[in-house]
Design a binder for this molecule. Structure first.
Ligand code: FES
Length: 299
């Protein structure tokens, strides 16, 4: 049976991921985005309060209004409504863009390369719709409609690239989601207490899942999944302090006691484990499994 390879579009995107030609520009833009003094608003733009990225949610407004304006353009007597929709789309593109750039600055280079083209397509879309609104306000309805269609085409291309980033490159996905599916129920021995120096992170495995073990005090041991929910950074190589671990890759901060992401860019918490010490050996059990087992035991 003949096996088909990736199509032209997919091959082009794969090549784009590997193309280093714009890397200096990417680095400069990345540093510029990171240097904006957003404070706590940065986490809001990442979507941390929502538990997932907010950018895909925000882009629904401009895309929806622009598409609706194009539909109204096909019917008579809707000029004013189409203008209002295009204006709403342009205004709503501002927070959507801010969230997108904020996320983009914390991605892998391969994702940023695709992301840059995604952004160029979206800038083209915004420019076309701004031109479309201007033309309509000057009474040039035909040019306004044509620019609107061009804008929709650019927004469609940008959306397709965004889909590639989200689903093929897993930008914005929870990279620790698989942990509960990989860790078997019950207690797992992860080493002698003496193997874990107080205040230092040590990498171990539960089943085949890497975990970070931190002995906070003589008798208190914390265990979190080691690969960061943001982009799989190794938390065991991060900094321990104030009851938290800071990811070495992009600075997400997770609470040791329960894995809660107290600071982004991670939008999802880190899977955490209950621990106990039996005969001088540390054991760990995935936290959500405990509730299930207790419920089963009570039934
Ligand atoms: S991998 Fe990005 S913050 Fe951890």
């Amino acid at each position: 049976m003949t096996q088909r390879g990736p199509g032209r579009v997919l091959s082009a995107l794969d090549r784009l991921e590997e193309w280093p030609g714009a890397d200096r520009l990417i680095e400069a833009v990345k540093q510029a985005v990171r240097s904006v003094p957003l404070g706590a608003a940065r986490d809001v733009l990442h979507g941390r309060p929502l538990g997932h990225p907010v950018h895909p949610l925000l882009v629904q407004v401009p895309i929806g209004t622009w598409l609706s304006a194009a539909a109204l353009d096909l019917l008579p007597g809707n000029r004013r409504a189409a203008r209002v929709l295009i204006g709403i789309g342009l205004a709503s593109a501002v927070p959507a863009t801010a969230a997108g750039w904020t996320d983009w600055a914390e991605l892998h280079p391969e994702q940023q390369r695709v992301g840059l083209v995604h952004a160029v397509a979206n800038v083209a879309a915004v420019s076309c719709f701004a031109g479309s609104l201007l033309a309509r306000l000057r009474g040039r309805e035909g040019a306004g409609k044509a620019l609107g269609l061009a804008g929709l085409t650019a927004a469609g291309a940008g959306g397709a690239l965004g889909g590639h980033m989200a689903y093929r490159q897993a930008s914005g996905a929870n990279h620790a989601e698989d942990v509960p599916h990989l860790v078997s129920p019950g207690w797992h021995t992860i080493g002698d207490v003496a193997e874990f120096p107080v205040g230092q992170a040590v990498r171990r495995h539960v089943d085949d899942v890497p975990v970070m073990v931190v002995r906070e005090t003589e008798n208190t041991v914390h265990v979190l999944a080691d690969l960061c929910s943001h982009m799989s950074g190794p938390l065991s190589e991060g900094e321990i302090g104030d009851g938290c671990v800071t990811c070495p890759w992009h600075g997400s901060v997770f609470r040791l006691t329960d894995g809660w992401n107290v600071k982004g860019p991670a939008t999802a918490p880190q899977p955490s484990f209950d621990t106990r010490t039996v005969d001088g050996r540390v054991q760990a059990r995935l936290r959500h499994l405990e509730a299930e087992q207790d419920a089963q035991g009570a039934a």
